[in-house]
Design a protein around this ligand. Sequence first.
Ligand code: FES
Length: 262
Amino acid sequence: MTTTVSRPGAKRAAIAARTLRTDRWWLAPLITFAGLSAWVLYATVRVFMHKWYYVPDYHYLTPFYSPCLTDRCIEGSAEFGTPLPSFWLIPEAAFTLPFLLLFRLTCYYYRKAYYRAFWLSPPACAVPDAHAKYTGETRFPLVFQNLHRYAFYAATIISVINTWDAIRSFGTGFGLGNVILSANVVMLWAYTLSCHSCRHIAGGRLKHFSKHPVRYRFWTFVSKLNARHMLLAWVTLGTLALTDFYVMALAAGWWPDLRFIS
Ligand code: FES
């Protein structure tokens, strides 16, 4: 095997071609672009729809409207009061959505995804950056990526709220909606706990794992989830959209809930 050692100060080879890659390197960023764009479009439409977010009979509340905080919240959907006015630009979950957005935007995986798919910076390995300059994440605005740890704390609290929504829905029997809400919450926890910041909080800076057996076990658990972080990032986009769509369909009367125990 030949190893190439680059000397300090050595210039890159002058290659005229934009890239020497001949495989379909553009496919992954294209799929990412399409997937994320579709999801953001769906979520934006739903958040500003202001209807079909709650099923009173079964206490099903979509995560896009949790917690419901405006004074137009349907009776029974507002568990934490209604301190916000019902202006159409204010989402029902106006206190939590910005933190969830920050959590996903600053996520290590999503950064890779949208740097490649949206900013083309760079679009793939061994493919040049579409921008002339690269200033990294040490300056405005990308320096704010470092807020990720704090977004993680907020997302953890929001996951607790989503968990409560799922538990509350069991008060009136058991249906397919309960299964969907609960599966979504399990996946949200898996994604949240698989966060790189969570892993660092759990086991970072520990010099002796043997002296911290509980943190070590938690860190081991989180590390296993962390290896699937990209998968969980996508799965949770799917479960969030599916849960929201199912609640919307019931609330709009498109079909009834499949009840196992009434
Ligand atoms: Fe993705 Fe923290 S790194 S959620």
